[in-house]
Design a binder for this molecule. Structure first.
Ligand SMILES: Nc1nc2c(ncn2[C@@H]2O[C@H](COP(=O)(O)OP(=O)(O)O)[C@@H](O)[C@H]2O)c(=O)[nH]1
Ligand SMILES: [Mg+2]
Length: 430
């Protein structure tokens, strides 16, 4: 069985069943599913909730709904239908046949997102591991009496029992191999982190729920810098980009996979592995849709995940809450929110609109402030003819001030990471 990305940029229709229990409304759940579909570049042409009385073993949905959606799918020439639920292989196949479109269930969709976002070797391995575990569970589940009744026409295009056994064994072998590799990768992880630290810029990571506005904020903050963006990062990965902060310091902004409600258990490890940058980040921006009815519950979930990554959500030096979408508030609601924000003191969130750019200057100032907390200021006097020295400082430090003094010398004030201070001092003999 080939495991890998199996989607291309296509049209999709997203369908969510009525949400089961929990504190999230069906509409919010549908919105999340649409956000997830967009995260893999699907162009969502239709979305809707399918109300269910009971789940049909063969097609999940009832006949009327299957026909109705089939007509819509044909009308829009839809290529992919996302079902925000767990489908059995039989249900998936029957729906694909009925609709003439590929059907992706929730786990499949999330796996696709993680597959695209995994940046590290460990991340890719974890995603592949999750994918194989998913496949394996489907092989087991497809071998039901239902399959047999249908003449053994199974998930793999008609395998007999021995074929299923072979596939199962192959998958198990591959899983075992990945587990061994993962052990090795984990051991060298620390080494990687150490070399990563040599990237000359601090890392600022965006975290938050799906649809909170991370990607919009990411684009907004990096747009002005597209040309200036460090080419290495610009080409390496579309979710890592350099930004310039006030005073000219550079940082790398990292967009992440959003937090997902009811993450299937088998995906938890893969999800964590896609969050490597967050663990390493110097500053973490927790982006919240401040206008969302579930904003409190969402923030709570995000904090839980951060804790699971050994990040203290109350570490104000490192974490900044960004309350997004304030453009949607009326003046009263906004004033009230500003009040609440003000009262949080040190832990004050920054209110922004990633859509219209409001508050972004304040956000950049806050980021620069957090990054500067542990940095050292150094005053230097240079010969104005020392062009190489001046450009070295521009490359290796933040130049806070540069003036000609009364003796015709160049007085510079620079700010550096503590571990670089000695190097700067040695180089300029102070
Ligand atoms: N009104 C408003 N909508 C926003 C804002 N930021 C993002 N959005 C919308 O929220 C949706 C999700 O945004 P996205 O950046 O994809 O969220 P992500 O899942 O966190 O990356 C999109 O439809 C955005 O246009 C904002 O500041 N105001
Ligand atoms: Mg996004």
């Amino acid at each position: 069985m080939v495991v890998g990305p199996y989607l291309r940029r296509r049209q999709a229709r997203s369908v969510a069943p009525r949400a089961e229990e929990g504190d999230r409304s069906s509409a919010a759940r549908l919105e999340e599913a649409v956000g997830l579909a967009r995260a893999i570049d699907l162009d969502v042409v239709e979305e809707g909730l399918a109300l269910l009385n009971d789940i049909r073993p063969a097609t999940y949905l009832g006949k009327g709904k299957v026909d109705e959606l089939g007509a819509i799918a044909k009308g829009h020439e839809v290529e992919i239908v996302v079902m925000d639920c767990a489908l059995s292989p039989v249900q998936q196949r029957n729906l694909e046949k009925a609709w003439g479109a590929k059907v992706l269930d929730r786990t499949g969709l999330i796996l696709e997102i993680f597959g695209r976002r995994a940046r590290t070797r460990e991340g890719s391995l974890q995603v592949e591991h999750a994918h194989l575990t998913y496949q394996k569970s489907r092989l087991v589940r497809s071998w039901t009496h239902l399959e047999r009744q249908r003449g053994g026409f199974g998930f793999l295009g008609g395998p007999g029992e021995s074929q299923l056994e072979t596939d199962r064994r192959l998958i198990e072998e591959r899983i075992a191999k990945i587990e061994r590799e993962l052990e090795g990768v984990k051991k060298t992880r620390k080494l990687h982190r150490d070399s990563r630290k040599r990237v000359p810029y601090p890392i600022v990571a965006l975290v938050g729920y799906t649809n909170a506005g991370k990607s919009t904020l990411f684009n907004c903050l990096t747009r002005a810098d597209v040309v200036a963006a460090d080419m290495l990062f610009a080409t390496l990965d579309p979710t890592l980009r350099a930004i310039t902060l006030p005073h000219g310091a550079k940082a790398i902004l990292s967009d992440t996979v959003g937090f997902i409600s009811d993450l299937p258990t088998m995906l938890v490890a893969a999800f964590r592995a896609t969050l490597e940058e967050v663990i390493e980040a110097d500053v973490i921006l927790h982006v919240r849709d401040a206008t969302h009815e579930d904003t409190g519950a969402q923030a709570h979930d995000v904090e839980e995940v951060l804790r699971a990554l050994d990040i203290d959500p109350n570490d104000n030096a490192r974490l900044v809450e960004v309350w997004n979408k304030i453009d949607r508030l009326n003046p009263d609601a906004r004033a009230q929110m500003e009040n609440v924000a003000e009262r949080r003191g040190d832990n004050r969130p920054v209110l922004v609109s990633a859509l219209n750019g409001e508050g972004l200057d304040a956000l950049l100032d806050t980021i620069a402030g957090r990054l500067a907390q542990h940095r050292v200021m150094i005053d230097l006097v240079l010969d104005p003819a020392d062009g190489a020295g001046v450009s070295w400082l521009h490359r290796n430090s933040e130049v806070m001030a540069k003036d000609m003094d009364e003796h015709g010398k160049l007085a510079m004030t620079v700010r550096v990471e503590p571990d670089k201070a000695a190097r700067v001092k040695a180089k300029f003999g102070i």
